[in-house]
Design a protein around this ligand. Structure first.
Ligand code: PLP
Length: 385
């Protein structure tokens, strides 16, 4: 089976992990600081906070934004459930902004319409989580202008997008957002096994996030209330969590970072090769906005079902039967039973639902060989002819 995505682990990655196993630190220690510095330098952002997953990152990013039980969070329905669940963790209400039919990111037109309406009804969101779907940046400049106008905070879910650019700058620089988060799950661009990171240019958010990652505790006397009792002393200032990453994971992450550009270059090459070799099939190929350079976490095709004598499901299953590990990103979050139970209905976000009727993610990852890619292309040609 050729999977839709997978990690690439080098001998150097393995050596980096072994070195940590032989060292004094296993949990959060000096390797975390090195990993955070490496990613912050790469992105051109002031602060980076490594955590145990992107889900944890989204949770504490929402808390640091002050999101609470009287607040609203908006995100895209075309995402992994974690981008919405983080709002519910904070007791907030969640809502969605339907997607753009070309980029599959949340639609700026829909966002503007929904904001105008929400302003009249006095139910504006406190936090917006734009998701850079498949690695392609959302239109951040427009989102930032709307956030100024309507007073919401922006947390970029950049789980797909480390190594991507917007207006020539690295995603994660936070030029147009309060915070951005990355995922290091093995199917993403680089991996730490499990892991995530939050990037920000704000010192106050940084300090808050550092505490929330580790039980709400600080050892910094400058942040304490009253006097320190001595060298052993710490204070709990917030209700935090144990969302720490281990040094073992961070060493893998730092080692993977050295190949990030190589990973992205190869993914981009494979994506362009698909673009060229699939152009005559009855499918819609990914659209790229000229402001963005994607890291190509996913390559999504859409079946032009009126030109194919098969259903979406048939094509999907025939590809799987031919050994092509296709997938579908994403089932719209609002049609998940949990979200239906809290009041969402099919039909609420029609563009995301239409997308779900004909989208398929085909294999794309650093280690995919041209030969394997040819097998994917041949299978698609056969199945769609
Ligand atoms: C993978 C992913 C997450 C969650 O990442 P974890 O590190 O597995 O918690 C969140 N949002 C999006 C868009 C993702 O793709």
């Amino acid at each position: 089976m050729i999977s839709y995505g997978r990690q690439d682990i080098s001998e150097q990655d393995i050596e980096a992990v072994i070195a940590i196993l032989r060292s004094d630190w296993l949990t959060q220690g000096p390797a975390i600081t090195r990993f955070e510095q490496t990613v912050a330098d790469y992105c051109g952002v002031k602060h980076a906070i490594a955590v145990s997953s992107a889900t944890a990152a989204l949770h504490i990013a929402c808390l640091a934004s002050g999101l609470g039980d009287r607040d609203l969070l908006w995100t895209s329905p075309n995402t992994f459930v974690a981008s919405a669940n983080c709002g519910l963790y904070c007791g907030a209400k969640v809502n969605f902004v339907d997607i753009d039919p070309h980029t599959y990111n949340l639609s700026i037109d829909e966002l503007e319409k929904k904001l105008t309406k929400a302003a009249k009804q006095k139910c504006l969101p406190k936090v917006l989580i734009p998701v850079h779907f498949a690695g392609q940046s959302c239109e951040m400049e427009k989102i930032a202008a709307l956030s100024q106008q309507y007073g919401f905070k922006v947390i970029e879910d950049a789980s797909h997008a480390i190594g991507s650019k917007y207006h020539g700058k690295a995603i994660g620089c936070c030029e147009f957002s309060e915070m951005a988060i990355f995922s290091f799950h093995p199917v993403k661009i680089i991996t730490t096994g499990e892991g995530g990171m939050i990037l920000t240019n704000h010192q106050d958010l940084y300090e808050k996030l550092m505490r929330l990652r580790s039980h709400g505790i600080t050892r910094n006397p400058d942040l304490m209330q009253g006097e320190s009792h001595g060298a052993w002393y710490y204070q709990q200032l917030d209700l935090g969590f144990n969302y720490r990453m281990t040094d073992i994971q961070a060493a893998l992450g730092t080692s993977q970072m050295q190949r990030l550009d190589e990973f992205v270059t190869r993914r981009r090459y494979l994506a362009q090769r698909y673009d060229r070799l699939l152009q005559d099939l009855p499918i819609t190929l990914p659209y790229q906005h000229s402001d963005t350079e994607s890291s190509w976490h996913l390559y999504v095709i859409r079946l032009n079902l009126d030109k194919i004598n098969k259903t979406h499901r048939q094509v999907f299953e025939e590809l799987r039967e031919s050994g092509i590990g296709v997938n579908l990103h994403y089932i719209p979050v609002h049609i998940q039973p949990y979200y239906q139970d809290i009041g969402f209905q099919s039909g609420d976000f029609p563009e995301a639902e239409r997308y779900y009727q004909d989208a398929i993610s085909i294999p794309l990852y650093y280690g995919l060989t041209n030969k394997e890619q040819d097998i994917v292309i041949d299978s698609l040609q056969k199945i769609l002819s």
